[in-house]
Design a protein around this ligand. Structure first.
Ligand code: LMR
Length: 335
């Protein structure tokens, strides 16, 4: 009797401490990671690296399933699915959170960041870090920023000066800032899920779009957009997100291991994103399918001048403090 009570107590102790330290006492924790781009993009590679490192290091305690190319959820439903814990990790573009916070729209303001390095500096500073947490009460917790790259304007005609965009319809992500940006050009904007962009451009439902090189190349958009202007007018970056109900219920030890892996993957994604985009730019140029138009300083200034009134239009919604904090990260200060 004494022995069996002792054995039961010892077993209970082992079980408690094992689960506290995350040993595989139960089924593995399942993390479904859904996204809308191809595997051969910065985000696609990041998702696969996360899966590999988790599987190598967590000894079967966590299982990761990656669903690329909108194969599980797409733009229309992925954030609701995350809030309902039907999926546990996403990395939507920062333009896709408007329904949950207006502050992240700072990233959509045209010509706010000089380049990806400036974006990186802002994301690392206090204001950028704070923005990772602003949607927690809406069921979304930010874990990291992942880069893609600066956006380029493409169309079925050459866009040299802002007036060239007038009258065209551009596909946009669901962001009021992006809509206003195209209105400044006397163009119209249509919100379409990423999965529909190629077909919409091919059929001329829309005549233009804005994308980083990696999204253009991996979705072959250059085959249906004969002109791409290298505007670098805005950024397309991501927030890796989970839902707080799921995330904070992960046993502490496992969660901190996952956080360490996320730091490592974030470093790798962000280090390689610019080079990956430049390599895709080169591939597009070599393909000869699309004419790449580069702008001199004066031409770029004209695009900047045409789009910049959007800043003031959204200053109140986004917060003047957020915009100011973002502006200070450029090396060359402007008014
Ligand atoms: C888009 O919809 O254009 C992008 O947000 C897609 C992506 O995830 O890069």
């Amino acid at each position: 009797m004494f022995k069996s009570i002792f054995t039961m107590a010892a077993c209970a102790l082992v079980l408690t401490s094992a689960s506290a330290y995350g040993a595989p006492t139960h089924n593995p924790i399942l993390v479904k990671f859904s996204h809308v781009v191809a595997d051969n993009t910065p985000k696609g590679q990041g998702a696969l690296l996360f899966k590999r490192l988790v599987e190598e290091r967590l000894d079967g305690k966590v299982k990761v399933e990656v669903y690329a190319n909108s194969s599980l959820y797409g733009d229309a439903n992925e954030l609701e699915a995350l809030r309902n814990n039907e999926v546990q990790l996403l990395a939507p573009s920062l333009a896709k959170f408007e329904k949950y916070t207006k502050q992240l729209q700072v990233f959509d303001l045209p010509f706010l960041f000089d380049d990806l390095n400036a974006v990186n500096r802002f994301q690392k500073r206090a204001k950028g870090r704070q923005l990772l947490r602003v949607m927690e009460d809406r069921g979304i917790v930010g874990l990291a920023y992942w880069h893609n790259g600066m956006k380029q304007l493409s169309a079925n005609k050459a866009l040299l000066v802002p007036g060239d965009a007038a009258g065209l319809s551009f596909r946009i992500q669901p962001s009021s800032v992006l809509k206003a940006q195209f209105q400044q050009l006397h163009a119209t904007a249509q919100v379409l899920p990423f999965a529909e962009v190629f077909a919409a451009l091919k059929s001329a439902k829309v005549q233009g779009a804005e994308n980083p090189w990696s999204n253009i190349y991996s979705k072959q958009l250059h085959n249906v957009q004969p002109f791409i202007t290298e505007t670098n007018h805005g950024v397309l970056d991501y927030m890796l997100v989970s839902n707080p109900r799921f995330w904070y219920a992960i046993p502490h030890q496992i969660r901190s291991e996952l956080e360490g892996i996320i730091d490592e993957v974030t470093y790798a994604v962000n280090k390689q994103a610019e080079a990956a985009n430049q390599a895709d730019r080169q591939r597009i140029e070599t393909s000869g399918k699309s004419r790449l138009i580069t702008l001199d300083d004066q031409q770029r200034a004209a695009w900047r001048q045409a789009m910049q009134p959007v800043w003031q239009q959204f200053e109140q919604e986004i917060g003047a403090d957020v915009i100011k904090a973002a502006q200070t990260v450029n090396r060359k200060q402007r008014n």
